[in-house]
Design a protein around this ligand. Structure first.
Ligand code: NAP
Length: 403
C-alpha cells in the first residue's frame, strides 16, 4: 500500500513545523476539554496542586484527572542535594540495571552495583566502568553498603534470592523495584517486604537500552511510579525523584497492582506477543497465496515499522489514516472493527491469565531454571530461522542507509 496522497502528506510534514504544532494543539485541546467537566472544588484543588510542581491532566476527556510529574520538578542541583547522603545499590545488571545505573551515575549520584561474581552481569558491569571493590560488589555486600536498594534482578531471581536478601534490608533503607511482580504476587514469589522500610516502584515504559539511549540524547523515557509502603511519609516524593534521576522524562502515578497487570498484559499483547502473532499470520497467508518472500515481508513488516507506525507514534492514528490513500484508508477503517471483534475475547483471556497469576507462575517456573538463558537462546534461534525474519534481514540490508 502506497500512494501519492501519502507521499504528499509526508512531504508537507517535512516542510512545515506541523509536528510540534499538532502536539501543542492536542495538549491545549485536552486542557480545554477537561475544564467543563471539572467541579469548582476540583479545579481549585488542581490549581493548588499545579503550584506544587506536578500537572493534573484529563487524559480521558471525561474529567478523570491524573497526576503527572515532569523532569523539571527535579533539576540536577535539587537531585544532588536530595540524595547527597544516599548510596544507590543496584542489584542486578540486566537491561534495566545497565540503563538506570549509568544514568544515575551520569547524574552525579553515588551508585554501586551488586551482582553475582560468576555471572554474565559481573563482566558486563566491568565493561561499563564499574570497578570491583569500589563500585561493583556481590549482591549481599552491595545491599549492606546501600541506602536505596534497587532490586533489578530478573523477576524469577528476585523470588529465588529473597530469603537471603530480606534480612539485609534493614530499617532506614528504601526498597525499590521496577515491576510490581514480586510484591503483588507474593503468594507465589514469597517476597514479603520488611515492614519498616519504604517500598516504591519506578517502571520505565521501555527497555533499559532505551532508558539509556534517550537519556544520552537529552530526552527521557516515560515511566510509572507507585508506593507500596510509606513508613517515612516521603515515599512518593522519593519515588518521583528517583524516577527523574534514572532518566525519566515524565512519570505517571499507578499502584503496584495496576503496574504489574498492565505490564504483563501489554507485553504479551500489542507490544510483543500479539504483534508478532499478527505479523506471522499475515505473512503466512501471503506466502500460501503465492506471494514472494520480499513482497510478503514488505507488506507485513517493513512498511509498518518504517513508514506507518512511526506516523502513529509521532502524530496519532487519525493522522496515519489521513496520510494514506483513500483506498487504503477505506479498507483499513472497514476491517479494523472485525479484527477488534475477533481479538477482544483473546485479550480478555490474556488479562484473566495475568490477574489470576498464571503468567506469573509460568515466568517463575521457566526463568528460575539454571539453564534459562540457553533455553531462551534456543527459542530466539527458532525465531531467527523463520522465513519471515530471514527475509527481513535481507530487506534491511537493502535500505540505502545500510548499503
Ligand atoms: N527489560 C525491560 O524492558 C524492563 C522494563 C521495565 C521493567 N523491567 C523490570 O526490571 C527488572 C529487571 O529486569 P531486566 O530486564 O533489567 O533484567 P533481567 O534480564 O530480567 O535480569 C537480569 C539480572 O538478573 C540476574 N540474575 C538472574 N538470575 C539470578 C540469580 N539466580 N541470582 C542472582 N542474579 C540473577 C542476572 O545476573 P547474571 O548475569 O549473573 O545472570 C542479571 O543481572 C525486572 O523486575 C523487570 O520486570 C524490565
Amino acid at each position: 500500500m502506497a500512494s501519492r496522497t501519502f507521499s504528499r502528506s509526508l512531504r508537507s510534514v517535512a516542510k512545515s513545523t506541523v509536528a510540534p504544532a499538532v502536539q501543542r494543539r492536542s495538549l491545549t485541546v485536552a486542557a480545554r476539554v477537561a475544564r467543563p467537566t471539572l467541579t469548582a472544588s476540583s479545579r481549585a484543588a488542581a490549581a493548588a496542586q499545579q503550584t506544587r510542581g506536578y500537572k493534573l491532566i484529563d487524559f480521558d476527556g471525561k474529567g478523570t484527572v491524573e497526576k503527572v510529574h515532569e523532569r523539571s520538578e527535579w533539576p540536577a542541583e535539587k537531585l544532588l542535594s536530595y540524595f547527597k547522603d544516599q548510596t544507590f545499590a543496584l542489584i542486578g545488571y540486566g537491561s534495566q540495571g545497565y540503563g538506570q545505573g549509568l544514568n544515575l551515575r551520569d547524574n552525579g549520584l553515588n551508585v554501586i552495583i551488586g551482582v553475582r561474581k560468576d555471572g554474565a552481569s559481573w563482566k558486563a558491569a566491568q565493561e561499563d566502568g564499574w570497578v570491583p571493590g569500589e563500585t561493583l560488589f556481590d549482591v549481599d555486600e552491595a545491599i549492606n553498603k546501600g541506602d536505596i536498594i534497587m532490586n533489578l534482578l530478573s523477576d524469577a531471581a528476585q523470588s529465588e534470592t529473597w530469603p537471603r536478601i530480606k534480612p539485609l534490608i534493614t530499617k532506614g533503607k528504601t526498597l525499590y523495584f521496577s515491576h510490581g511482580f514480586s510484591v503483588v504476587f507474593k503468594e507465589k514469589t514469597k517476597v514479603e517486604v520488611p515492614e519498616d522500610v519504604d517500598v516504591i516502584l519506578v517502571a520505565p515504559k521501555g527497555s533499559g537500552r532505551t532508558v539509556r539511549s534517550l537519556f544520552k540524547e537529552g530526552r527521557g523515557i516515560n515511566s510509572s511510579f507507585a508506593v507500596w509502603q510509606d513508613v517515612t511519609g516521603n515515599a512518593q516524593e522519593k519515588a518521583t525523584a528517583i524516577g527523574v534521576a534514572i532518566g525519566s522524562g515524565y512519570l505517571y502515578e499507578t499502584t503496584f497492582e495496576k503496574e504489574v497487570y498492565s505490564d504483563l498484559y501489554g507485553e504479551r499483547g500489542c507490544l510483543m506477543g500479539g504483534i508478532h502473532g499478527m505479523f506471522l499470520a499475515q505473512y503466512e497467508v501471503l506466502r500460501e497465496r503465492g506471494h514472494s518472500a520480499s513482497e510478503a515481508f514488505n507488506e507485513t513488516v517493513e512498511e509498518a515499522t518504517q513508514s506507518l507506525y512511526p506516523l502513529i507514534g509521532k502524530y496519532g492514528m487519525d493522522y496515519m489514516y489521513d496520510a494514506c490513500s483513500t483506498t487504503a484508508r477505506r479498507g483499513a477503517l472497514d476491517w479494523s472493527p472485525k479484527f477488534k471483534a475477533v481479538l477482544k475475547p483473546l485479550f480478555n483471556d490474556l488479562y484473566d491469565s495475568v490477574k489470576n497469576g498464571t503468567e506469573t507462575q509460568r515466568s517463575l517456573d521457566f526463568n528460575s531454571q539454571s539453564d534459562y538463558r540457553a533455553k531462551f537462546e534456543e527459542e530466539l534461534q527458532q525465531i531467527r530461522d523463520l522465513e519471515i525474519w530471514k527475509a527481513g534481514k535481507e530487506v534491511r540490508k537493502l535500505r540505502p542507509e545500510n548499503q
